[in-house]
Design a binder for this molecule. Structure first.
Ligand SMILES: [Zn+2]
Length: 495
């Protein structure tokens, strides 16, 4: 069976969400609160405490110990996959491999990488026969690129995932129970709603869940009032949503001091970080993870790159064929989740790119570091001279123009960039010239810049924005796509 057919989980979710939207707000609130209690019980379930303690010790333990933990989980995963997952049984039989052939991290290269398309065509053959499908948790991967995939996982993965997120909060000094705002995940405020409240409460988590789909100049004052009234001490959201609020604060000359801002779900652009940190008077803790549950990484209090959560999964950096690329060069992220026994994903390549690093963090934790990570291959621009430029930097140019509310860069071919902007006013000739100069300096004279004004930039159903889309293919293991980042400090006045 093809996976498209069992996208019923997604259909069901849409239907339920549609019905939810027709209910009165107080009923919606009760449902959100009930869901929050249910999720609390699940995520703080048995083993949570033990797992949290384990993570606290292992983050400072000898790298060899972390490696041996990974490999003991890997052996269990491989044996389980061979015995109960038809897809892996076939692959290993075809390659004449037995579980005893894959016992170390380097042994993983005996297996092929698993692409999104492979997951789609394998369908239910990727599910373990040891689990009842009805008992599993499921999600569709983010639909910002391509067709979403349905991924299944068991309760242990949910608890592990949560324990990892709580580790990040420990690093940030924000314990569970701190009043906070969340603007991500399933929308709790139906898009057609025109008047506040653009949020619902989740008391079990001391959380106000705000909509990412209602932020406008007219509505944002309500958001700010509510953040202050609720006493939110931290904000968890997509970089683009935190940035919208920060820009709004900036336009009003206001600040909203928080203890921390947690961003995830999109690449955090350098210029977003600066404005967010300034207006919320705090540091941004960026995190990376995905619905596939194979890789998890976050910043620590040093904010000097991401730590890989190596207890969560094994992360390799490879080319399309699955060959490792050297440390310090760009590769596709291939993740092997060490906890999902229900739908094992081994060497899963979702299109994200990363650069491994051998540096050690000043915080003293021994978890490996990443030099850079971006959430999709398409977030990188490829220039005619072969350079690869992470799209996260070029947003500075747009900051030069006050009246631009939203933007997107689209690249179809190496020598042409389209900058699409949303603004009430046309871009003046002078502004145009400024943009051309900016892009020429960074991309080189052979890249033509086209600027277009549009009414709206499409967002994903959960409110994520893709600021950079490139259709030009990348070449792996040749250069570090993130190396240019440091040179991209703002040279333009931001006021
Ligand atoms: Zn650190």
């Amino acid at each position: 069976m093809r996976l498209g057919k069992w996208n019923t989980a997604l259909t069901k979710w849409y239907l339920r969400y549609y019905t939810y939207g027709l209910l009165p707000i107080r009923v919606q609130s009760a449902l959100v609160a009930r869901h929050g209690r249910k999720v609390y019980k699940l995520r703080f379930g048995p083993d949570y405490e033990e797992l949290a303690r384990f993570l606290e010790v292992s983050e400072r333990s000898d790298p060899d110990e972390i490696r041996s933990y990974q490999e003991s989980r890997l052996r269990k995963l491989i044996r389980h996959a061979y015995e109960t997952v038809p897809h892996y049984r076939d692959i290993m039989d075809e390659r004449k491999l037995k579980p005893s052939d894959i016992t170390t991290v380097p042994d993983l290269s005996k297996l092929p990488v698993l692409s999104k398309e492979d997951v789609r065509s394998a369908g239910t053959r990727l599910l373990s026969s040891a689990f009842d499908r009805k008992s599993l948790l499921t999600a569709a991967t983010s639909a910002t690129t391509g067709t979403p995939l349905t991924v299944y996982w068991d309760r242990d993965v949910e608890i592990m995932n949560h324990a990892c997120y709580m580790r990040l909060k420990r690093w940030a000094g924000v314990p569970f129970g701190t009043p906070h705002a969340v603007m991500q995940g399933k929308p709790t405020v139906p898009p057609p709603q025109k008047k506040p409240p653009f949020w619902r409460y989740n008391p079990a988590w001391n959380q106000v869940r705000m909509s990412t789909l209602h932020m406008s100049d007219a509505n944002l004052p309500y958001y700010l009032d509510e953040l202050r009234r609720f006493g939110a001490e931290s904000l968890e959201t997509y970089p683009s949503a935190a940035y919208v609020i920060a820009r709004f604060l900036e336009a009003k000359g206001e600040y909203l001091p928080l203890k921390s801002v947690f961003t995830t779900g999109e690449p955090l652009l350098t210029q977003q970080r600066v404005v967010i940190e300034e207006r919320f008077q705090t540091k941004v803790f960026d995190a990376y993870g995905a619905a596939e549950r194979v890789v998890f990484s976050t910043e620590c209090e040093e904010h000097d790159g991401h730590h890989l959560y190596e207890e969560y999964g094994i992360t390799e950096f490879v080319d399309e064929e699955g060959n490792s690329v050297p440390v310090g060069t760009a590769g596709l992220v291939a993740g092997t989740g060490l906890h999902n026994m229900a739908m094992p994903l081994i060497r899963y390549v979702g299109g994200d790119i990363g650069v491994a690093s051998d540096k050690r963090c000043a915080c003293g934790r021994t978890l490996s570091m990443l030099e850079g990570l971006t959430s999709r291959a398409q977030d990188v621009l490829v220039l005619p001279d072969g350079r690869m430029l992470p799209g996260r930097n070029i947003g500075w140019s747009v900051r030069m123009i006050d009246h631009v509310k939203d933007w997107q860069v689209i690249q179809e071919r190496p020598d042409e960039i389209r900058l699409v902007v949303v603004s009430d006013k046309p871009i003046s000739e002078q502004e145009h010239a400024g943009l051309r100069q900016y892009f020429r300096r960074r991309l080189g004279p052979e890249v033509r810049l086209l600027v277009e004004r549009v009414a709206e930039i499409p967002h994903s159903p959960v409110g994520k924005t893709r600021h950079v889309i490139s259709h030009v293919p990348l070449v792996w293991g040749q250069s570090n796509v993130f190396a240019m980042e440091e040179a991209e400090e703002p040279s333009t006045p931001r006021k």
